[in-house]
Design a protein. Sequence first.
Length: 117
Amino acid sequence: VQLQAYGGGLVHAGGSLRLSCAASGITFRFYTMNWFRQAPGKQRDLVASITSGGSTDYADAVKGRFTISRDNAKNTALLQMNDLKPEDTAVYYCNAHDPTVTALNYWGQGTQVTVSS
């Protein structure tokens, strides 16, 4: 199983980035896909999730600014981040979770997002 996250970078406040997470080795369409983030010295927090059926959920801090989506044909999850703020600076991780089997939970490597003020 491999989750490859990419698309991070340095952006000014108010800018946008799109993160991608390419999955292999899993039956992607069955998995809930999540994006987490972890800032230095802080815990890893859930940012956004999308179920196999396409239902989405967001942390309050990003509602209205971030959009999670998935392309089952390409085994890819996306996170469109608009109106970025310095407090969005963190390492972003994608996660794949089979909600019917707790043990099927996979993480990608992180991608750094830095928002300058």
